[in-house]
Design a protein around this ligand. Structure first.
Ligand code: ZN
Length: 111
């Protein structure tokens, strides 16, 4: 477990180094997110570029705790399978959650 965590920590920078190397700015991105998933059991970073519509996905699987990196055609909603344990990993739709919270906030403001 300890060894896996160490590897994960050192390896979770593939997308970051790609961003640096290619000088990718936020305007070049169709979608870019980094967040914890499944209550912090896993971690995910997705970067989809406008230019090629390819999603670069880097993750710590919430099921097997292993690190993985892969590329997929970008689509929404986005989900993929862990390379190591073959379980499905889906990305929570933050935008919808955000909208709901906004609505609530607006209602509170009106009241
Ligand atoms: Zn897995």
């Amino acid at each position: 477990m300890f060894v896996i965590t160490m590897v994960a920590m050192t390896e979770f920078n593939k997308i970051q180094s790609m961003v640096k190397e290619k000088g990718i700015a936020s305007r070049d991105c169709e979608y870019h997110t980094q967040r914890n998933i499944e209550g912090g059991k896993g971690k995910i970073r997705i970067l989809a570029l406008k230019a090629d519509k390819i999603a670069h996905v880097e993750y710590i699987c919430p099921h097997c705790q292993k690190y993985g990196y892969d590329e997929y055609p970008w689509k929404r909603p986005f989900s993929f399978k862990c390379k190591n344990c073959d379980k499905k990993i889906s990305v929570p739709k933050l935008k919808e959650q955000f909208k709901r919270e906004q609505k609530k906030a607006n209602k509170a403001a009106e009241a």
